[in-house]
Write a protein that binds this ligand. Structure first.
Ligand code: NAP
Ligand code: MG
Length: 403
């Protein structure tokens, strides 16, 4: 069979530990035998980040800006232990944080559904995608432990002179705590654009929720910015695509999510997204079945697995033991990127290959062939519990028969 030609470059960002091992297997078994693809390769192995003073991470982000589509393996975010382990010069920053900042992007997480793992919420039939605003609020706050009686105020001092604006938070008569939060219109606007872009891309409804009945200025600003961005740039496109933008209170949203059948994007403020994304991941089954895509407001896409480098399995692998690590989220990172590349290049055969690979992977699990993490939660029980490589081989043989 002749290989399918991918016209334009895809930015490939390699990573660490067990995901690096699986990354190479996925390329060898599931991609390169079928695709003639120009890959622009960046090696974010922690030792190479160290050797390049982390320049390779910045180069990778710039490459995504240039080519619009990238796919990333999981990477170590070094702490003191990792500095020792890999003899690093520095505790380099999280590559995901660096790339997100350079692309001004928003992360969307979506579960992969298979018929033999039912979500905990039985009504959920389709994925619920979470978009989390990743700037400001309680994650960039100022806090004071109030030692005793006194007046707590918030003060804004204009840079160009003029009267400061002040408000009393509380007149303390005894010890307590205070906290100051902020966000910027620019960041909320980027977040809104990324959410509308993603919903349109996927042709799914967009829900957004805050607590603006209580927070009549702060949360209300989020609602207003979303509404303004929607009216100015997306209203017509949403109507044409037959999808809806729906705003509601966060508590109403939570209640509706539970009773919904899924199939929409839920845009969340920073804290709500932190909490709700972990709840959704565990309710849908497993972190190994969660994909993640970074979308910039100007339409760049970076696909990855939501999980980390699976360190515990890697040490087993180094010790010569067989591991049963699940490659699904990494496979779907590649199919997400290939589908997007195919769409941008107007190459339906590339889009079709991505669809077929996803179907082959899902069909493998649904046929009862799966890794250990899935075998623990599948119903009916697994027919075969496979190791890391056997599972990818099983997907490859299904893929061959489907192409
Ligand atoms: P992790 O890689 O997400 O793995 C945590 C545990 O979840 C694993 O030990 C395993 O459980 C299970 N698991 C995750 N992915 C799996 C898969 N594909 N197949 C089977 N089981 C899977 O988190 P970690 O081991 O705590 O973190 C390792 C490194 O990843 C850290 O250095 C961190 O900085 C990095 N990290 C990177 C990213 C990223 O690049 N996006 C995200 C998060 C963390 P069992 O051990 O019970 O089998
Ligand atoms: Mg969390």
């Amino acid at each position: 069979m002749p290989k399918i030609v991918v016209k334009n470059p895809l930015v490939e960002i390699d990573g660490d530990e067990m995901t690096r091992i699986m990354w190479a297997m996925i390329k060898d078994k599931l991609l390169l035998p079928f695709l003639d693809i120009p890959l622009e390769y960046y090696d974010l192995h922690v030792s190479n980040r160290d050797a390049t003073e982390d320049q390779v991470t910045k180069d990778a982000a710039l490459a995504i800006r240039r080519h619009k589509v990238g796919v990333k393996c999981a990477t170590i975010t070094p702490d003191a232990k990792r500095m020792d382990e890999y003899k690093l010069k520095k505790q380099w920053k999280s590559p995901n944080g660096t790339i997100r900042a350079m692309l001004d992007g928003t992360v969307f997480r979506a579960p992969i559904l298979v018929g033999n793992v039912r979500p905990v919420v039985s009504g959920w039939k389709k994925p619920i995608v979470i978009g989390r605003h990743a700037y400001g609020d309680v994650y960039k706050n100022a806090e004071i432990a109030v030692p005793g009686a006194g007046k707590a105020e918030i003060v804004f001092t204009p840079a160009g002179g003029g009267e400061p604006i002040r408000k009393t938070i509380h007149d303390f008569t005894a010890p307590g705590v205070i906290q100051g939060l902020h966000n910027t219109d620019a960041s909320i606007e980027s977040f809104a654009k990324a959410c509308f872009t993603f919903a349109l891309d996927q042709k799914i409804d967009l829900w957004f929720s805050t607590k603006d009945t209580i927070s009549k200025t702060y949360d209300a600003r989020f609602r207003e910015v979303f509404q303004a961005v929607y009216q100015a740039g997306y209203d017509a496109a949403f109507k044409q695509a037959g999808i809806e933008y729906f705003y509601t209170l966060i508590d109403d949203a939570v209640a509706r999510v539970m009773k919904s059948e899924g199939g929409f994007l839920w845009a969340c403020k920073n804290y709500d997204g932190d909490v709700m994304s972990d709840m959704l991941a565990s309710a849908f089954g497993s972190l190994a079945m969660m994909t993640s895509v970074l979308v910039s407001p100007d339409g760049c896409f970076e696909y990855e697995a939501a999980h980390g480098t699976v360190q515990r399995h890697y040490y087993k692998h180094l010790a010569g033991e067989k591991t049963s690590s699940n490659g699904m989220a990494l496979i779907f990172a590649w199919t997400g990127a290939l589908r997007k590349r195919g769409e941008l290049d107007a190459s339906p055969e590339v889009v079709r290959f991505a669809d077929t690979l996803e179907k082959a992977a899902i069909a493998t699990i649904e046929a009862g062939e799966m890794t250990g993490d899935m075998a623990r939660i599948a119903e009916p029980k697994a027919k075969a519990v496979l190791n890391t490589e056997e599972f990818l081989d099983a997907v490859a043989s299904r893929l061959r028969s489907m192409l």
